[in-house]
Write a protein that binds this ligand. Structure first.
Ligand code: NBG
Length: 926
């Protein structure tokens, strides 16, 4: 039984204690009789207070019915006991907020990548001492039961994890706010490696119950789909019930406990008894099956669009339920919906929840009877939108046909919104569309005339040559006639073009660029709803997630909107919670920091980390800093051994790249550099080998199930590991590890152990990155490009402490253009790639397309510029090796990473959102 969670159908487990230590408690039969546990424990002041160990005992017996408390059951008993305290804190906070009625922010997100809750909740509530004590009575520790918890992996990657960090910070800052999302029955798929390839297994994360949620059968809303429009009255022909589950979110060092409300989907009628009695068993449960589908899976969608109706259904489902819920709560205290923007701000996390623009309009107009204009004023004062990517494939566009079918009323409203919007663009101050149209027209004219002038010159040259070549008067006359004719023809062509041009309505051409509904450029005739444009039109604020990204969205993604409403566009550089990502995942470093600073206040005020700077100069402190890193490396080495069987020494540099596998993140470039390193080590003499800086190269990350190239990259990494690690010639000089099923819990073990971390995306493609911040805060060096938040990390740490390489974002377009004729490969690149091609890592055919994608301009065009950046990447790697040999200097700078990057606390980010977008103030209990 107790192993079911460890290995069962979940595939590879997250970090946890070895099986041998997961045994029934040493304390013998731990469950006393009912009589015994009913005896109240009295406290010093005589009140009847149940002590924690007793409470756990009760839980073991009555909730878990577990006479033999193994580690899993002990975990659950602690979890349910913590649950009780969370519910208390939750109730008090929500009551307080209800009474005070402050403005709330509602964070709408299709993803929340929460990870485990136990350690975080216990520490945030300051109960670690009490629970450690209670567990001691069962012969267990908090760290011991920690591993029995399954990650709540309701997210794909950075965007979902950011949402989870934001909830922690909102609660910590006492900001009234809830998250809203979907309670997926299956979270992010589990990744396993089979025969060297990634396989995806379902994530049955709810199998053992979930102590971290509260089911709310009393909070239900209907959500409709499909059906017909009768005028503007919508009659859906499919309806489901959204039922709420609340996940309490305790703040750190505060009484505030806020909420993540997740929706489950239920059928209106679970079983159609008539159909059943008539023997139509499938029909009898059809409604249930359809509802089940909605909250079943998280789309494994990192940066690729799945044109799935079901996905739009999911998006609408949770958005509709969340808006209905917030409006209902607003109306408990207020009667006029015009005041909604004073009490609620909805932050749309990427394009996934942006159907909220149309749904809020529908609720206000159809359900609450407001006129369009009034509804629009409320909507545009309540919604804000965060963009998280510039990848065109991830900026969702829904075919009008799909929207029309699934949400006919919303499509109608989107058309009305668009019409009103375009009409307003037309009458913008200074006749914006007209003057822009005139400019466009003038530009086209100039282009035409320049082409005509060039052609004329060509012709004149040809005529002159013909004339010169003509020796007889007849030939001369013929040449003159030909020249004249050519001139007349050219004039006719120009005239025709001008006539065509006169027919073009330049104002409407301009308006097209603003339109929310656009033609599919790859499939003429198909019309699409551009959800990002809908979000921009419907929001009062639009933000990017790092300084460079916020500029790129202004210049490349929404420039036309910026012209009209520059004040809407903002930057909110991402951050991470220092609780989970430093204090709890690295208690050893945390203790050292607290000792040095003389306070643990940095956990809540990250700017205090700057106080570590002088300690970088202190040799004794540096030694202790190194000792902590070493201990974390040892823990990771142990984990690597347990999971992969590979034995790695703790002496080499731990070099890490963990993140979703994506071509733009360029794990392939890292792989090629490792192959080159490996090849060179093999060619070296024993003397030369002594000079090599040994490394353990660690990878982790999932490839989206349908992402062809990403899966090949995983396979290549696994193949390199198999070859290198089994090559006795190389020994400890190089080891390569692919840790399967990278998730939050894996990250918590990997990040504190890293000495170098790689953030090497093609400049301009990674919106921000957030693991770069986690690594930096844990004293890991960064090798990276001038991309996303790397740039701001450089500004905070001092660029001299980062290993920056590669081209800049502004050079990318030109280089992509030039690559058509690119031949100038770095010889190291070619040598390593040739080796892959020759089958040194097996599967030469399988890797062929991957190699071609970067090396064959006819089959791929190295779109992400790996070959282009390779030489400077290798140079940067040489610098890394050089610095690592000077451990004192390395450690000195490692301390500066932690000291310099307090800026990247999500508390800072959330404080900025609250002040600069949401206008939400703290509401704290006395
Ligand atoms: C991701 C970006 C990351 C960024 C996170 C959080 C999506 C769509 N975007 O660079 O790729 O750090 O969002 O903002 O997942």
């Amino acid at each position: 039984m107790q192993l079911a969670l460890a290995s069962g159908r979940c595939g590879l487990p997250a970090p946890r204690r070895p099986a041998a230590s997961r045994r029934p408690s040493a304390r013998g039969p731990v469950v006393p009789s009912v009589l015994e546990i009913n005896k109240p424990a009295s406290t010093a002041n005589g009140s009847r207070k149940l002590d924690l160990a007793d409470e756990m005992t009760q839980l073991l017996k009555y909730r878990l019915a577990a006479p033999n408390a193994d580690t899993d059951k002990l975990y659950q008993s602690v979890a349910w006991s913590v649950h009780n305290r969370l519910v208390d804190a939750f109730d008090k906070t929500q009551e307080h907020w209800k009474k005070e009625d402050p403005k709330h922010v509602y964070y709408l997100s299709a993803e929340f990548l929460m990870g485990r809750t136990l350690t975080n909740a216990v520490h945030n509530m300051g109960l670690q001492g009490e629970y450690a004590q209670a567990l001691k009575q069962f012969g267990e520790t908090l760290e011991g039961v920690h591993g029995a918890e399954t990650d709540a992996a309701l997210g794909n990657g950075g965007l979902g994890r950011l949402a989870a960090c934001f909830l922690d910070s909102m609660a910590t800052l006492d900001l009234p706010g809830w998250g809203y999302g979907i309670r997926y029955r299956y979270g992010m798929f589990k990744q396993a490696i089979k025969d060297g390839l990634q396989v995806e297994l379902p994530d049955y994360w709810l199998d053992n119950g979930n102590p971290w949620e509260i089911r709310r059968p009393e909070t239900r809303f209907k959500v409709g789909f499909y059906g017909k429009l009768d005028g503007d009255k919508w009659v859906p022909d499919e309806e489901v019930i959204a039922e709420a589950y609340d996940v309490p979110i305790p703040g750190y060092g505060t009484k505030t406990c806020s909420n993540l409300r997740l929706w489950d989907a239920l059928p209106l009628v679970e079983l159609d008894l008539d159909a059943f009695n008539a023997g139509q068993y499938e029909k009898a449960v059809e409604q249930k099956r359809k509802a089940d589908d909605i909250a079943a899976v998280l789309y494994p969608n990192d940066a690729t669009e799945y044109g799935k109706e079901l996905r739009l259904k999911q998006q609408f489902f949770f958005v509709s339920a969340s808006l209905q819920d917030t409006i209902a709560r607003y109306l408990e205290k207020h009667s006029d919906l015009a005041g909604l923007p004073d009490k609620a701000c909805f932050q749309m996390n990427d394009t996934h929840p942006t159907i909220a623009v149309a749904e809020l309009m529908r609720l206000l107009i159809d359900v609450h009877g407001l006129p369009f204009d009034k509804a629009w004023a409320i909507t545009t004062k309540s919604l804000a939108y965060t963009n998280h990517t510039v990848m065109p494939e991830a900026l969702e566009k829904w075919p009008v046909a799909v929207m029309q079918k699934l949400l006919p009323r919303h499509m109608q409203l989107i058309e009305q919104i668009n019409d009103a919007w375009l009409a307003s663009v037309k009458v913008q101050p200074r006749d914006h569309a007209a003057s822009k149209g005139a400019k466009l027209q003038a530009a086209k004219k100039a282009e035409r005339e320049a082409a005509a002038a060039a052609a004329k010159e060509e012709r004149a040259k040809a005529a002159a040559a013909a004339l010169e070549a003509a020796t007889t008067p007849e030939a001369k006359a013929a040449a003159e006639a030909a020249a004249k004719q050519a001139e007349e023809e050219a004039a006719a062509v120009l005239k025709a073009l001008e006539e065509e041009d006169a027919k073009v309505d330049y104002v409407s051409e301009v308006l097209k660029s603003y339109s929310v509904i656009q033609e599919n450029q790859w499939n003429k005739g198909e019309m699409l709803v551009n959800m990002a444009y809908l979000a921009v039109v419907g929001s009062f604020a639009v933000n990017g997630v790092a300084a460079i990204h916020s500029e790129i969205i202004k210049t490349d993604i929404f420039p036309q909107f910026v012209e009209l409403t520059p004040e809407k566009f903002q930057n909110k550089t991402n951050g991470v919670t220092l609780r989970r990502w430093l204090a709890y995942c690295n208690p050893e470093l945390s203790a050292l920091i607290t000792e040095a600073l003389g306070t643990d206040a940095w956990v809540k005020d990250a700017t205090l980390l700057a106080g570590l700077k002088p300690f970088a100069e202190d040799a004794a402190f540096r030694k202790r800093w190194r000792d902590v890193k070493f201990a974390k490396k040892a823990a990771l080495a142990k984990h690597i051994k347990e999971v992969t069987g590979y034995e790695v020494s703790t002496q080499p540099m731990f070099d890490v790249q963990v993140k979703r596998i994506h071509e733009y993140k360029r794990q392939f470039m890292n792989a090629i550099s490792i192959i080159y390193r490996y090849k060179k080590i093999k060619e070296m003499s024993p003397e030369e080998r002594k000079k090599v800086v040994p490394r353990v190269c660690i990878f982790g990350g999932k490839a989206a199930s349908a992402y062809y190239m990403a899966k090949k990259i995983v396979a290549l990494l696994v193949a390199i590991a198999a070859k290198v690690n089994n090559d006795p010639e190389v020994g400890d000089l190089l080891k390569v590890v692919f840790l399967p099923n990278y998730n939050v819990s894996e990250a918590e073990v990997i990040i504190p152990a890293a000495e170098l971390s790689q953030h090497i995306s093609t400049a301009g493609t990674e919106a921000s990155g957030t693991s770069n911040m986690k690594f930096a805060l844990n004293g890991s060096f960064i090798i990276g490009t001038m991309d996303g938040a790397n740039i701001e990390i450089g500004e905070n740490t001092g660029f001299e402490n980062l290993f920056i390489f590669g081209v800049k974002a502004e050079e990318i377009n030109r280089l992509r253009e030039e690559r058509k004729d690119f031949k100038d490969y770095d010889p190291r690149w070619t040598e390593a790639l040739e080796w892959v091609k020759a089958g040194a890592f097996g599967r030469a055919d399988y890797f062929d397309d991957l190699v071609a994608s970067v090396n064959d301009m006819t089959r791929g065009n190295d779109w992400f510029l790996l070959a282009n950046d390779f030489a400077s990447y290798m140079d940067a790697q040489d610098e890394v090796d050089k610095l690592y040999q000077d451990q004192e200097e390395w450690t000195r700078r490692s301390i500066l990473y932690t000291a310099g990057n307090g800026f990247f606390s999500s508390d800072r980010t959330i404080d900025q959102y609250a002040k600069e977008i949401w206008n939400v103030q703290a509401c704290r209990q006395a």
